[in-house]
Design a protein around this ligand. Sequence first.
Ligand SMILES: [Zn+2]
Length: 444
Amino acid sequence: MSYTVLSLKWRPRSFAEMVGQDAITRTLRNAFQQNRVAQAYLFTGPRGVGKTTTARIVAKALNCPESPGNPCNECSTCREIDESRNIDVLEIDGASNRGIEEIRNLRELIKYAPVNSPYKVFIIDEVHMFTGPAFNALLRTLEEPPAHGKFILATTDVHKVPATIISRCQRFDFNRIAPATIQDRISAILEAEHIKIDVPSLELISHKADGSMRDALSILDQVIAYSGEAIHIEATREVLGIVPVDQYFAVSAAIRAKDGAALVEQIRAARRKGISAEVFVQDIETHFHHLLIAGFEGGATLIDHGEEIQKRYEEESRQWDRRDLLRIGQQLSELRIRVGRIESAYLLIEMWLLKLTEMDRSVAIEELIQTLGGARNRPPAVKPTQTPAPAPRQEPTPSPRKPQPKKPKEAGDLFTPPSAAPETPTVQEPTPTREPAGDSDRKP
Ligand SMILES: [Zn+2]
């Protein structure tokens, strides 16, 4: 018996079976119920979220003789459309039919009435690949469409579709599908397929699919091929080439503790596992992003992981100053861009992450003032005022703020209480450091 990939076997065939695009499904169903189906639709959104699937369902709803508006999926018309071999429903790939000749043919085809059905339906996938003349020809068709013609355009890149075309269509923006929705769906599919899976695998796959149901199902195909009828997290990680989350916590802990040896050990372990440098850096970046989010009240619940891991993020986040996380995040996104360009990427990763262990901690201005104030035996509550000419021993006025007469010449000025000005200048330490050490030799 031949194996049908899950994304084909479980492709939704009716509006009721569609997953994760509720608003679009409801609007389309209502359009059929109220007999207000548009002449042309434009479906936009990332790949694998159901655009072409929905287009086929609309085509069936238009032409199914048994149950118009809600395809029966039993009649020959429905079955032919599902198998892309219905004479009145033409599926055109924008990438390979982008020239003016093909569009001329299309215009010829449109002139003829449908053979067996009420409508001639044109599904144009990846329509943004059309050339300028092809778009012009399409526009003329959309301007004067025959009564029997219906158009469904689909694209992953709506910005490349001319506004004149977009304005002739009813537009639907398909969303990335939420991980929880993907998880529910694959869990139901696996139950029907009599395949057991543990919860961490479910979470990992639905997270890794990045909003695409098709990607989730093709990952699942791979994992099933590897694991058989019982899927465990170790095997899932192996198939996906995923570094366990522990390892990312070990990386952040090593940076925090300025432990270079431990850090290099983690990086080399990832390399030995065959994780690509890009994926590794991206995952570390995501990890620090999670740490940042977890530092906000209720932020951990926004992390697409189980409760246990959310709690770990919350705990680790408490060990960090938010500004340090922001700076590290910035460094990592710069590293990610560089890693894509060079061959010895792992060497760069080691150098870059080791640099992070040398980074100075952020110092809050309030702390700095306290330190300075303490050194001068002043009460710690003294705050800098911005009065132009301070009278001696003037009390600080917190509000309203007055315009500053001149810009401070050096950073120290800003943090020194004005009454300290007449004193003999002393070396002011520490000075606030905003950039990581070694910033000037960042460029090779
Ligand atoms: Zn039917």
